[in-house]
Ligand binder design. Sequence first.
Ligand SMILES: [Fe+2]
Ligand SMILES: [Fe+2]
Length: 288
Amino acid sequence: MTSLESRPRLNHASLSAPPEELLGYAPTPAELRPHKLYEVQFWRERSGTYLDGTTFGYQTPPLTKEQLRGYPSTTYHALVGAVAGGLAGERIAFECSAALCAFAPDDNARMFLATQVIDEARHVEVFTHRLKSLGHDDTEGAMRRYVNPRMFAFHAHMRARVVDTRDFVGGVIGQNLALEGLALGFFEFNAALLADVDPGTAEILKTVLLDERRHVGFGLMRLRMLLENQPERRAYVEDTVGELSDEMMAIFEENADNMACLGVDPSEPMKKVRAYHAMHLDRLGMGA
Ligand SMILES: [Fe+2]
Ligand SMILES: [Fe+2]
């Protein structure tokens, strides 16, 4: 048996290398200041206000596949499509937030991202659970059938950027601004649309939405600090915001076409998606 002493020693020099040497990114004093978003205590109190007493994100049980038989089949497929699309996005955020947490440039960002990882794990769990209660035990099969292939391409793009390249700023832009920032409008619309028909699913979406607002808040705060303190990075941030937001917007536009095919008017959700995006760009000083 190998004793502890005889095991090869870890290379402490490389492990303790300052993150900026590895990342080309040094946190500024603004980023090192305390903020409530960096507190696990704040996260527990805030999320407790809407999660306490819920099971898999709801108090009112969502409609089962059998209960939905009384509705047109397009209602069922639109619901499964919304949940499967949500799950695809949550899987991206789950993987990326965990990777970003692992190589975050400072403890503030690491602390927030640790709370985001748990939020995203919860989102993956509640959407998977909902998909099963809609009769889709084969989650992967449902994903292949209902999710826009561009979403999987966006996942691969984000994995390359975050996991392989360790692009922290690009990861925050792709995850907390493009993916989550645009998703706010979609979750909000679907929660309102389902409030009367399927209040349980609306509740799931609302609890996810409240977590997502915190994630977008972190992204905006960190990007604003970066732009204020390192103006030389503005061109990179603007290019990346443009590239990744265009990718996500194309996915939402295709999804809107699919909604129209299922008889749901997509003009309202798309208006919300665009309005959120414009507001976020404005808060970064990148508005039109
Ligand atoms: Fe999420
Ligand atoms: Fe999120």
